[in-house]
Ligand binder design. Structure first.
Ligand SMILES: Nc1nc2c(ncn2[C@@H]2O[C@H](COP(=O)(O)OP(=O)(O)OP(=O)(O)O)[C@@H](O)[C@H]2O)c(=O)[nH]1
Ligand SMILES: [Mg+2]
Length: 194
């Protein structure tokens, strides 16, 4: 897709503050540190738009990025990071779940898994829940640059089998470092925005 404008609109920690301008939204979800913010930067050809970090727990709010004045990417806090206090982790969970339930303009959730690890129990829980809400899922296996071509193929075949119960059109291998898979991810996003 040709990106003509990208605007960081706001960070939201309180569900009353979510934008109400009826633009469609694609949310990016996944374990803490899996590479959500890096994927956003890569898709939008920006290096530092969404803040990334090698320390898990960088994104703690819902971050809204407006693209071409037409739709939003919503960067979500990561889940499953052991070093976050119970209280904080419950807060993030409430924020993510509340957002997903309360956003009528949410078109799909782009769920990110690690190519080396695959879907964890928490990921599968999320997929089950999204499926029960009739939300579209786009599955992306990131950090593909960390595997050889044959290892990656093996992993993708395995994940596709594991994810069969969910309504998704397969798992897209992706790397924010090389940009591999970018076109395929955009194709899925645009299909859902049509
Ligand atoms: N090799 C490689 N490293 C990546 C890739 N994507 C992200 N990383 C690295 O993984 C770490 C976490 O990336 P982030 O994009 O901040 O992850 P996040 O999911 O937004 O993390 P939280 O906001 O903490 O939940 C950083 O050190 C990135 O440089 C990738 O495709 N390949
Ligand atoms: Mg992040």
């Amino acid at each position: 897709m040709k990106i003509t404008s990208v605007e960081f609109v706001k960070s939201v920690v309180n569900l009353n503050d979510i934008p109400k301008d009826n633009l469609k939204e694609i949310a990016i979800a996944g374990r803490s540190n899996v590479g959500k913010s890096s994927l956003i930067n890569c898709l939008l050809n920006r290096k530092k738009l969404a803040k990334t970090s090698s320390t898990p727990g960088k994104t703690r709010q819902l971050n809204y990025f407006k693209i071409n004045d037409r739709f939003y990417f919503v960067d979500l806090p990561g889940y499953g990071y052991a070093k976050v206090s119970k209280k904080e982790s419950a807060q993030w969970r409430g924020l993510i779940e509340g957002y997903i339930i309360q956003s009528p303009d949410l078109m799909a959730v782009l769920s990110i898994i690690d190519s080396r690890i695959g879907p964890t129990a928490l990921d599968t829980q999320l997929f089950e829940w999204l499926t029960s809400l009739n939300l579209q899922l786009i599955l992306v296996a990131t950090k593909s640059d960390k595997l050889s071509k044959s290892e990656l193929n093996k992993q993708i075949a395995k994940f596709s089998e594991q994810l069969k119960p969910f309504p998704t059109r397969g798992v897209i291998p992706f790397s924010a470092v090389t940009g591999s898979g970018k076109k395929e991810v955009w194709r899925e996003i645009l299909a859902l925005l049509e």
